[in-house]
Design a protein around this ligand. Sequence first.
Ligand code: TPP
Ligand code: MG
Length: 411
Amino acid sequence: MAKTLTRQQHLDLYYYMRLNRAVEDTMVKLFRQNKIVGGLYSSLGQEAVSVGTASALEKKDWLAPMIRNIGALLVKGVPPRDVFMQHMAKYDSPTKGKDGTSHFGDLDNLHIVSPISMLGDLIPVMTGVAMAGRYLGHKIVAMTWIGDGGSSTGVFHEGLNFAATQRAPFVLVLENNLWAYSTPVKRQVPVENLADRAKAYGVKSFVVDGNDVAAVYTTAKEAVDLARAGNGPILIEAKTFRRLGHAQHDPAEYVPAEMKKYWEERDPIARHEKFLFKEKFLDEKSKKEIEAKISALLEKERDFAENSPMPPAEFAEVGVYCTGDDCHKIRAKWERPVAEVTPPKSSVPAVWTVEGFGSGKGSGGGSAPIHFGDTEKHEQKEEAIASNNGAKGAVRKTAKKPVVAVRKAKR
Ligand SMILES: Cc1ncc(C[n+]2csc(CCOP(=O)(O)OP(=O)(O)O)c2C)c(N)n1
Ligand SMILES: [Mg+2]
């Protein structure tokens, strides 16, 4: 258990894990009362992953949660009432009752991108967010989560490769909870550490005990700091366990009882609480105060959600098809003046330097020749580039060969 955190940091991690669990407990009750409209997923036993990783982000940073990351939303500042109303499809919910689970974000204030159901798709999306932040000089880090199952999608690999080549300030948390629906991880990936997948893309990775919140936090903080400093993306594999079924409908009888017991004994909240008591950061009195604070907050939030109306029937036809500018403006909010994004002011020079060969100039400026049919002959192409660039930016004619060590086959 890491001791480098302050007492307050340890207590904050504890508070958010308890809040995460209490919010989900409340939703299970709402589900049993038939008040939840969509599917209900659980992060029971995985709270340290969402809370520990999201706590390493700054206010200006961006995140995109998946189904088991309500804890990350709470850390980022989403009020519990929004989570309740969203699942109850209420009119005051962030999506005004158009969605029954957690497909909502907040681009303007909290910097949250909505979950995307297609597993892995958030990886290239959040890489793009990270790149946009760098382009704007905002020094932000973008973070998202993926499961053990989701790490076998094509887009996971394409996205990670893309993030790596772009050296995007992006942190990917691979939440290995040992199950993807009813498939145990060993039946879908033949490696011990899923973090090893990062090696294929030259991406630095960490493996952490996902049920140790302080370890998760310190690992995530190191990853976030490295990404922010320009070291490219980082993958964190957090080893944990999905204590319930895939969603409320799934009793998960395919999970061996001994396995459940093993992980119940490693409950992240109980473990952190034990540490807090040992260090005298927490006592029975302050624990009771935290519990009272959470139940008072959730009672208020749940009442608000229950009293919020369902959307009016007429609203069903609103917002189904985009009707143009009266729906939303399709225009980048982050647009910068042309002068600011053109060299030399731009932080990204439009020049490619290829190791061993030298530099070539981007094609911006002159208009590229339109060509139909076969590819131009090499000489014609060079002439065209030279005339487009006013001969100034002509590509080097004689490229230096890079030194490559070639292994000779043994005969
Ligand atoms: C591309 C894609 N394939 C399949 C699904 C259906 N699906 C949703 S969740 C899930 C299991 C995901 O398992 P894992 O990634 O380990 O996450 P966990 O549920 O364990 O958090 C599947 C197969 C999907 N949403 N997207
Ligand atoms: Mg899983």
